[in-house]
Design a binder for this molecule. Structure first.
Ligand SMILES: [Ca+2]
Length: 247
């Protein structure tokens, strides 16, 4: 019985509708580790545990106080095809909305091919206008390819934030899960569909299978039309137009 429960729990952590949680156990980095608090380190956000979302639970990364900018990121180990990111923020196990929404408010989420968010794609950012938002549980759809997922927040002195925003910037992630296809060249809800061979670097959209670029000589959403074929079609079209004009 226990084996069944443990197996189900592990499986539910690893995959959702066939997609893998690619972030689980991957290398992480943070700007403001709390001095001496090994139980609050960056890796706690990818350890697969978030049933205790308090500081004492040791399942959440918790950043130091007084920061104006705060950054946490995970390295997925290579450029992968991402579908969405699930975030479970610190609540101290209080009923939502907890007071920690004030610290989460205004956060940014990037996917980047480098360790720099400036090189990346901004998946989500919003200045919340309602007290008690955003929800501590977030699903952010962001179907792009990338290697680093970067959670960032700031409390800049030159910006006026809503009154309920925390004074300082934090990252307090009990878990951040990145769902997508870990193996290059696949797409679909189960990562079993093969991207067209003529896609550049064999990369395609995780939902539609359309190529993000084509190998030389090919074009079209699935890169299945050759330039030579296009040339023939254009010639035929011009020929048909000329016949029509001469009538
Ligand atoms: Ca955790």
């Amino acid at each position: 019985m226990w084996f069944v429960i443990v197996t189900y729990s592990l499986f539910s952590t690893l995959s959702v509708n066939g997609l893998e949680n690619i972030a689980l156990g991957k290398p992480v980095w943070e700007t403001h580790p709390w001095p001496g608090a090994e139980n609050w380190r960056a890796n706690k956000a990818v350890d697969g545990r978030y049933d205790d979302r308090s500081a004492a639970g040791g399942q959440c990364v918790i950043s130091f106080n007084y920061a104006q900018t705060a950054t946490w990121r995970v390295d997925l180990g290579g450029v992968v095809s991402i579908s969405h990111i699930d975030i479970y923020y610190r609540t101290d196990n209080m009923t939502s909305p907890s007071s920690y929404t004030s610290r989460m408010a205004g956060f940014f989420l990037y996917i980047s091919n480098t360790t720099s968010k400036e090189d990346g794609h901004l998946c989500f950012h919003e200045i919340q206008t309602v007290n008690g938002t955003p929800s501590e549980d977030q699903r952010i759809n962001c179907s792009v390819h990338g290697r680093y997922v970067i959670y960032y927040n700031e409390r800049r002195h030159d910006v006026t934030y809503p009154d309920f925003f925390s004074e300082h910037a934090y990252y307090e992630l009990c878990e951040l899960e990145v769902y997508g296809c870990g193996q290059c060249g696949y797409f679909g809800s189960n990562c079993t569909s093969v991207c067209p061979a003529t896609c550049q670097e064999r990369r395609c959209d995780i939902n539609t299978g359309t190529c993000l670029g084509c190998l030389p000589g090919y074009h079209g959403p699935r890169c299945n039309q050759s330039i030579q074929y296009l040339y023939i079609v254009q010639c035929y079209y011009k020929y048909a137009l000329s016949l029509s004009a001469n009538k």
